[in-house]
Design a protein around this ligand. Sequence first.
Ligand code: NAP
Length: 346
Amino acid sequence: MDKMKVVVTGGTGYIASWIVRDLLKDGHEVRVTVRKLKDKEKYVHLLNLEKKYEGTLKIFEADLLKSGSFNLAIEGADYVMHTASPFSVDRNLDPRKDLLEPAVQGTVNVLEAVNRSKTVKRVVLTSSLAAIYGDNRDMDDLGIEAFDETMWNSTSSLDNNPYSYSKTMAEKKAWEMVGQQEAWDLVTIHPGFVFGPSLSKRVDATSIDTLRRLLSGAFRTGVPHLEYVFSDIRDISTGHIRAAFTQEAHGRYIIANENGSFLKMAKIIKHHYGDQYKLPRRIIPKPVIWAIAPMIGLSKQYIKNNVGYTLKADNSRSIQELKMTYRSLETTLIDHIEQLRKDGLV
Ligand code: NAP
């Protein structure tokens, strides 16, 4: 396809790095934003890509909370992929200041820059399954077999799953803003819990930190029966790129595949690596988890509404319309662990 000018926000991040790499590989001109140009250690991988694809990657500074800071990067661009947003479930954060404001205000700042540009045709927003459902029990309450793209998270708030709330409010803001003009359209991508090899040696992204903790023995005594739907980072990158360049693509796309728990992850890892890692071997019963909730950084409300429920997501729209094929959780995890081992991070 023709060479396009594509902006990717949050280039220091786990997911954005893969999108940038794949766009460059496909021959596009990429402008990537980072929060602070001076923090070069956060984007060594981008500097390497800049050398490899000489002249086609430009790095800009832009902060989600600074109005106007995306204007320069987005001016004259054809497509924008907005991935930057804080991803954290740390209960010590201030949910409004650290999650909601950067997610929503960042989306407004990016989309105002898109409006100013007069050149952008489509925005692909990295939303989340977290904007589709709030708690795992929602599926039971709704009496459905799987979540799909018609559904919206209606149970999260600043007090209950604030990260999910930040993603929901940011996506709602994006749909509101696209409805106020006709120059560009919006497609949203909804990953599950993303794993897969990282292009950088950073370990603070929630996905990477979670896998390293699983391998290091942090959950050795056992894990709650808590289900997720998993996504491979390379599938997530493909999903963003197809959502941008498939002309008929529209609306929301779940890009996620297998469901399962930390125990399922542990069994896959044990099958490949034997006893090399201190993996969890059993499920801790819900009443025990309930009793120790504060000690393990989970609220009782979260345990009540999430532990013990099946979680599934329907990815058929992405298969039919974006022609997605999915990697297995096994491939995702093994490739991720191999990258961590190669980089000396486990
Ligand atoms: P990540 O590695 O933590 O990346 C987050 C990115 O957002 C980083 O580049 C970060 O910059 C940037 N950011 C945060 N606050 C900022 C601010 N005030 N100004 C500018 N940039 C800011 O996480 P990720 O997993 O790649 O997540 C990327 C996107 O995917 C997020 O929108 C997240 O909600 C979504 N998502 C992730 C998952 C998952 O399982 N990983 C699942 C569903 C959806 P710094 O490096 O400077 O902090």
